[in-house]
Structures are given as C-alpha cells and as structure tokens.
Design a protein around this ligand. Structure first.
Ligand code: KG4
Ligand code: ZN
Length: 328
C-alpha cells in the first residue's frame, strides 16, 4: 500500500532537521511537522566546523525526531517511508542523518529514499502549490545559486550558476563587513528598510551576458570600498539588497522566457527575502515560494521530495547507498 506518513531528515550542514508530511488521498501533500535544531556552536568560529556539526547532529537527532513526531501527533510506527539527504553536504554531517534514516527504515520495515539536498529545496515549494513540470527552479542559499530548467518531473538541467560566491554567502559576508551580525540575510533585509538604496552605487554584475550565470564578488568588493569610504550599514544593506534582488529576478526572467516556462520556483534560504518575493510577485511569471520555515534547511522539504518520488512511482533507494559530499 502507498505510505501515508513520510519522515524526512536533513543533516547536510549545521541544522538538524526532521519533518513529516502526509500524502493525502486526493493526491496532495500536507506538512504535518517540521522541527529544526539550528546549531549555534559555530558562531564563535565565524564558520561551520564540520566535526562539531557532526557531533551535535549525533547528540540532537533523537530529540528532534521525537519533537517532530509529537507535533504530528504520530507514533514512530505510523511512519510509512523515510527520506534522507544523501548529499551534497559535509560528509560527517550527512552520514549521521543517513545512517539514522536507513536504520529507522530498516527497523520499521518501510521503504527508504535517498534525497538530493537541492531537490529538497525545490520541493519545499510543494508545501504551497502543486509542482508540475515544466518549470524553472532558482535555488538560492548559503551554499548554492543554481538555476535549473525542469522539463519533466525529476529531470534537472542546470542552465546557470554562480561563478563565485553563492547569493546567501554574499548576504552573510556583507552583513559581517557592515557589522550587522549573522545570519546576514535577515540582518541585511532589516537594515535595508532604514537605508537609502541610491547612496552607494552597486553595478549589476554580468550585465549584457547571453547566458544565465550569476556573480556576487563584484558586489562584495563594491560594498567593501563603500564601507571604507564611510557608508552607513543601512545604506550598504539597501543598495546591495536591491542590486542582488534585481540580478536574481532579471536572470530568472530571461531564462524563463528563453525556455518558455511560466512558473518559477524560488527556494533556499535567500527565498525568505521579502524584497525578492515582492519583485517576483510583480513580475510576469508565476513565482512559487516555500511556506514559512521551509526556505532554510529543514527535514520537511526532504519528506516532500520523498513524497514526490513515491507519487512518481520511483523505486526506493538501496540501503547500501552512501553519502556524497559533492553530488552532481
Ligand atoms: O538554505 P540555507 O538554510 O542553507 C544552505 O543550504 O546554504 O540558506 C542559508 C542562507 C544564509 O546565507 C542566509 O543569510 C540566507 O540563506 N538567508 C537570507 C534570508 N534568510 C536567510 N538571505 C536573504 N534574505 C533573507 N531574509
Ligand atoms: Zn540548503
């Protein structure tokens, strides 16, 4: 029989995420729980320490799963399938979730699905609207700035990517430079509301290119120079955010037109950005964003990817499938 409740696990980086989705009889999906333990030990080092991340996943994953099941009002025996991120990510961190997910699936004797982290980010938007290929997918997070064409369910054609920093990474670095704290995305967004976007000149990167690549290092350099020249954090934030949003939206719209797609799925941590959402809402495409709490890394998005695999009739993964740090 088709499973009703699917458990999703993501431990690819510094968040321990466990979520539960329900496959509804009519064919839809509903998020029943989404618990994330965000590790804070890394803040003192200014970056994620892989070994500390793995250790904390080990210490937390049981409790996070218990909380997720409690939120969903389920017992562990109610779970009908388990989906877990197998890559890309930090090897030790991935292995914690992967071994846990496989062990759980085997103990419960239910199917196991290995999931690609980016496919999870894309399927996070399935919490809001039914995702039906063809569509274009813009994944913008701390580690990725990828633009995919999705001509058919489960088929991803990379049409553009960043040539240097990821979009979220640029938000984080400029926030640190301006003394706005971490994570940089929400801090920049908040400061931008009090700044003048015209005070600091930010040239939009890669203007005039025929392809669909991104670049954020030029914006970073412009921010550094303006900061040294005495620009306020608020003005820096406002100018940078406007330029970054423009570049993301413009490039996605050009690609949507080139590939003849009417729907653009925007996901990953940066998809939480309010200015980005507003700009897409005012654009001619149908933009679909993940629901609240599903933009940044989480387990529910992996459960949603598992649900999509089940709905598409994909076979479960082998329990011998390993973790991959750099998944293509
Ligand atoms: O998807 P995610 O949790 O982790 C990765 O897989 O990388 O994304 C985290 C990134 C961080 O760089 C963070 O600054 C950014 O998403 N972010 C935002 C906002 N909220 C989070 N960037 C812009 N505006 C936001 N509101
Ligand atoms: Zn992510």
């Amino acid at each position: 029989p088709r499973p009703r409740y699917i458990l999703g696990i993501d431990t690819s980086c510094d968040d321990t995420g466990v979520g539960v989705v329900e496959l509804l009889l009519g064919g839809g999906v509903q998020v029943r729980a989404n618990r994330v333990w965000s590790q804070t030990v890394h803040a003192q080092y200014g970056g994620v320490m892989p070994e500390l991340a793995s250790r904390e996943h080990v210490e937390r994953i049981d409790a996070v799963m218990g909380d997720a099941l409690a939120d969903a009002g389920l017992r562990v025996e109610d779970i009908g399938a388990v989906a877990t991120t197998s890559g890309p990510g930090l090897m030790g961190a991935l292995l914690v979730g992967l071994m846990y997910g496989k062990g759980l699936a085997q103990a419960l004797d239910v199917p196991f699905y290995a999931a690609h982290h980016l496919e999870g980010h894309i399927y996070a938007a399935a919490s809001e609207a039914e995702l039906r290929a063809p569509y274009l997918a813009l994944v913008v997070s701390g580690g990725h700035t990828h633009l995919f064409d999705v001509p058919r369910e489960g088929e991803y054609v990379l049409v553009g990517a960043t040539r240097d920093d990821a979009a979220g990474e640029a938000f984080d670095k400029i926030a640190r430079l301006a003394g706005l704290g971490y994570p940089g995305g929400p801090a920049i967004s908040e400061a931008a509301t009090r700044g003048n976007p015209d005070a600091v000149p930010f040239k939009e990167p890669l203007q005039g290119q025929k392809g669909f690549d991104f670049s954020f290092s030029g914006l970073k350099t412009a921010a550094l120079l303006a900061h040294k020249a005495g620009a306020t954090p608020e003005d820096l934030a406002a100018g940078f955010e406007r330029a970054a949003v423009r570049v993301l939206v413009k490039t996605a719209l050009r690609a949507a037109q080139a590939y003849g797609r009417e729907t653009v799925v925007v996901s990953g941590g940066v998809a939480a950005n309010r200015a980005l959402r507003k700009a897409f809402a005012a654009s001619p495409v149908r933009a679909v964003f993940p629901g609240k709490g599903l933009n940044t890394d989480n387990g529910a998005m992996i459960a949603l990817a598992g649900a999509a695999a089940i709905q598409a009739g994909r076979l479960p993964s082998s329990l011998t499938e390993g973790a991959v740090a750099y998944a293509p």
